[in-house]
Write a protein that binds this ligand. Structure first.
Ligand SMILES: Nc1nc2c(ncn2[C@@H]2O[C@H](COP(=O)(O)OP(=O)(O)OP(=O)(O)O)[C@@H](O)[C@H]2O)c(=O)[nH]1
Ligand SMILES: [Mg+2]
Length: 401
C-alpha cells in the first residue's frame, strides 16, 4: 500500500480482551476495506490487555503480512476506558494519528461502516459519531428487554443531564475524532472512568471544545463470538461520571447545591415534625393557644426549621459568593426568605387544591400533584427568587461601571 505523506492519517484504536476468535476475521475484513479508502491513510491499532486467550499473539502473527497493523499491549486489564487512555495517546504520539477512531473488536461495529465515517472527514466535522438512535440506526433485536432498556434510558439520562438535546447517541463507542485542537489537548490522565463510562467524558469534552458533531446512522450488531465484558453496574458508573462532569461546571454546581439543600430541608422537615410532635412541644403550644392540634403546631414549627436550614445552607454554601454577612441584612433577608417560602406554600396550596378538586381527593392525586408542583413550579420559583432577590448577583452592577 502506498500513501502520500501529506494524507491525513486515521488510526482505528481497537481495544480487545479475549477476542482471539475474531482477530483474524477482523484483520482480513480490514484488509479488504482499508486499501480502498483512497484519500486517507487508515491503520489499525489493537490495544490488548494481555488477554489470557492469546489475542495479542494472533495480532503479532498477522503483523508480518500487514504493515498497517499495530499492537499495544498493556500489562493488565483495567477496563475499556483505561485501554483507550493508553491507546489514544500512543496512536497520536507514536503513530502520528490525525484522526482517532474508537471501535470494538467483536464486529458489533461493522467494519463495512468505517469508510462511511471516514467520508465525513472532508465535510468539516470534528467528531463523527456512529449513532444507534437516529433513523437508520438500531440496537440488536436479540438483546434482552433489560439491556435495551438500560441502553436507551442510560443514553437519555446522559442527553438530559449533560444538556445535549441535539445529540442522539452519547453512550455509543464507535466514533471518529479530530486530533488537532481536540484529542491532542485532552489530558488522558484525567479521564473520569476506566470503564465504559469514559465515552460520556470524551463526548462532553469534545462538545465543550466546540467540536462540530456529525451523527451517522449505524446498526449495532450482535456479538458474534467471544464473551461480553460489560459489567452489570455500568449505569451507576455512567451516572457518577455525569455528576462529576456537571459538578465542575459552576452554574450547574450551584443548581445541584440548591437541589441538595432542598432535599436536606425536606429531611429536616420530616425529622423535626416527629421531634416536636413526640417531644411534647406541639402539645404545649396547642395547650397554650387553645388552637388547632399538636400535629398542626409541630408541622408549622418543622416547616420553619426547614426554612432555617435552607436559608443557612444556601447562604453559606450554595450562594456563598453572594453570602450575606452583616447581622442586620442577614435578619432582613431571613424575613424576605420566609416570604418567598410562603409563596411556595401558596403554590402548593393552589396546585393540590385544584388537582384534588378536578381529579378526585385520593392519595395518588395528592402525591402526584405534590411531585409535579415541586418539580415544575416550586423548584423554578425558588431558584428564580433566590437568584433575583435573596442572593442577587453583584456582577451586573460592577460590569456597568
Ligand atoms: N483492552 C481492553 N479491551 C476491553 C476491555 N473491556 C472491553 N474491551 C473491549 O471493548 C470492546 C467492547 O466490549 P464488549 O464486551 O463487546 O462490550 P459491549 O459491546 O457493550 O457488550 P456486548 O454487546 O455484550 O459485546 C470489545 O472489543 C472488548 O474486547 C478491557 O478491559 N480492556
Ligand atoms: Mg461488544
Amino acid at each position: 500500500m502506498h500513501y502520500d505523506s501529506d494524507m491525513a492519517k486515521v488510526i482505528i484504536v481497537m481495544p480487545s480482551y479475549n477476542e482471539a476468535k475474531s482477530v483474524s476475521k477482523m484483520v482480513e475484513a480490514m484488509a479488504g476495506i482499508l486499501p480502498n479508502i483512497k484519500d486517507h491513510q487508515v491503520e489499525l491499532l489493537y490495544v490488548d490487555d494481555t488477554s489470557p486467550d492469546g489475542t495479542a499473539d494472533i495480532v503479532r502473527g498477522l503483523q508480518k503480512n500487514y504493515p498497517w497493523l499495530h499492537l499495544l499491549v498493556n500489562p493488565k486489564k483495567e477496563g475499556l476506558g483505561a485501554a483507550y487512555a493508553a491507546g489514544m495517546p500512543y496512536a497520536m504520539k507514536e503513530l502520528k494519528a490525525d484522526w482517532l477512531m474508537e471501535m470494538d473488536a467483536d464486529f458489533q461495529h461493522p467494519p463495512a461502516d468505517v469508510p462511511r465515517l471516514i467520508a465525513e472527514i472532508n465535510k468539516g466535522f470534528d467528531y463523527i459519531v456512529a449513532s444507534r438512535y437516529i433513523p437508520g440506526g438500531s440496537i440488536p433485536s436479540a438483546w434482552s428487554f433489560q439491556r435495551k432498556f438500560l441502553s436507551v434510558v442510560g443514553n437519555l439520562v446522559a442527553r438530559v443531564c449533560l444538556i445535549m438535546p441535539k445529540i442522539h447517541d452519547i453512550t455509543g463507542g464507535f466514533k471518529l475524532s479530530r486530533v488537532k485542537g481536540f484529542m491532542d489537548e485532552f489530558d488522558f490522565t484525567t479521564l473520569l472512568s476506566k470503564r465504559f463510562a469514559y465515552k460520556v467524558h470524551l463526548f462532553f469534552y469534545m462538545v465543550q471544545k466546540g467540536a462540530k458533531v456529525k451523527e451517522v446512522p449505524f446498526a449495532f450488531g450482535n456479538r458474534e463470538e467471544g464473551e461480553s465484558k460489560i459489567i452489570k453496574n455500568e449505569m451507576q458508573e455512567t451516572l457518577r461520571v455525569i455528576f462529576l462532569l456537571q459538578w465542575h461546571n459552576p452554574k450547574i454546581r450551584r443548581f445541584l447545591k440548591f437541589g441538595i439543600t432542598g432535599f436536606l430541608g425536606f429531611i429536616v422537615n420530616s425529622l423535626a415534625l416527629e421531634f416536636f410532635r413526640r417531644g411534647g412541644i406541639g402539645e404545649t403550644l396547642h395547650t397554650i393557644t387553645g388552637l388547632a392540634n399538636a400535629s398542626a403546631w409541630s408541622g408549622g414549627l418543622a416547616g420553619e426549621m426547614a426554612i432555617i436550614n435552607n436559608y443557612l445552607l444556601n447562604n453559606f454554601w450554595t450562594f456563598k459568593s453572594q453570602k450575606i454577612t452583616s447581622p442586620f441584612r442577614f435578619l432582613g433577608k431571613f424575613v424576605q426568605f420566609n416570604l418567598t417560602s410562603a409563596g411556595a406554600v401558596i403554590i402548593q396550596f393552589a396546585v393540590i387544591g385544584s388537582t384534588t378538586h378536578f381529579f378526585g381527593d385520593t392519595v395518588l392525586v395528592r402525591q402526584v400533584a405534590l411531585i409535579l408542583a415541586i418539580g415544575f413550579l416550586i423548584i423554578p420559583y425558588n431558584w428564580f427568587m433566590y437568584n433575583k432577590f435573596i442572593w442577587k448577583s453583584k456582577r451586573k452592577v460592577s460590569s456597568q461601571k
